[in-house]
Design a protein around this ligand. Structure first.
Ligand code: NAP
Length: 263
């Protein structure tokens, strides 16, 4: 088990009780870290209560598409918990109260394209940029970006914005990793496949059942990988993307199942 005693983590997008962000926050806290969690609504305060030991941890509301709000967030985490050793950029995909439109590429409105970049890529850019100076000063840091298999490896119709943003997040991961590799800072990505969360649609759960593992993944299975990358022990792993998809992206045979199938 990873030991993070004495370390401080910031986990973004931890608002949903059954989401990936909150699962990561819980694993880091269980490993001994003090954890700042954030989302765009007050439901983040309920997550803080769920974590127990309220004085140990911190919940803050911020829209991470806004650079000024991010600067204030990082200030507040530093004031409350002293510093940030671990940053998990998990916010993305969906935001409470906002409807993300899924369109075929030629139907995407420019504002929807920009919104997809904002929520899925720029959130990661703003927060990483705001946290990095203190990591550089202390010559230590772990940045873990929650990307997706969608974009870097595979995709679906009506997912161009999300796919482009998540693929870019992996590019950002590598570009930043190489700049800070000799400064005690690692930057890695986790690429989940079909994970069952409160945001999963019925068809996504069905898709999860058609993976080689024959079930969707659980948020805690993504969290375990993020915690490893956030650990001191992962010091020589950087610029990598770890896939957590039950083997879905390695399936070559995609033909019909049942009698007469090839494999
Ligand atoms: P989720 O529980 O709905 O998490 C999304 C979180 O991001 C929410 O807490 C949301 O805040 C936050 N967020 C959205 N826009 C934000 C903004 N502008 N500023 C700050 N926070 C913002 O969904 P999830 O399924 O756990 O997904 C978490 C991450 O994993 C996402 O990046 C997603 O792309 C990635 N992922 C998920 C899957 C999957 O199958 N579930 C697969 C691959 C990758 P509010 O709480 O305020 O709404």
């Amino acid at each position: 088990m990873t030991i993070l005693t004495g370390q401080v983590a910031l986990v973004t997008g931890a608002g949903s009780p059954d989401g990936i962000g909150f699962a990561i926050a819980k694993v880091l806290a269980a490993a001994g870290a003090r954890v700042a969690i954030t989302s765009t609504t007050n439901r983040i305060k309920s997550r803080l209560k769920d974590m127990g030991e309220v004085g140990q941890h911190l919940a803050l509301v911020a829209d991470l598409t806004d650079a000024d709000a991010v600067a204030q967030l990082v200030k507040d985490v530093n004031a409350g918990l002293g510093r940030i050793d671990i940053l998990v950029n998990n916010a993305g995909m969906i935001q409470t109260g906002k409807h993300e439109r899924a369109r075929l590429f030629h139907e995407i409105a420019a504002e929807d394209w920009l919104r997809a970049m904002d929520i899925n890529l720029n959130t990661c850019f703003h927060v990483s940029r705001a946290v990095l100076p203190q990591m550089l000063r202390r010559k230590y840091g772990r940045i873990v970006n929650i990307a997706s298999v969608t974009g870097p490896l595979v995709t679906n119709p009506r997912s161009a914005g999300y796919s482009a943003a998540k693929a870019a997040m992996v590019g950002l991961t590598r570009a930043l990793a190489i700049e800070v590799a000799d400064k005690g800072i690692t930057v890695n990505a986790v690429a989940p496949g079909w994970i069952e969360t409160g945001s999963s649609s019925k068809s996504e759960i069905v898709a999860g059942k058609h993976t080689p593992a024959k079930r969707p993944g659980r948020p805690d299975e993504v969290a375990a990988v993020a915690a490893f990358l956030a650990s001191r022990e992962a010091s020589y792993v950087t610029g990598q993307m770890l896939v957590v998809d039950g083997g879905n992206s390695i399936q070559e045979y995609k033909g019909p199942s049942g009698k007469g199938r090839m494999y």
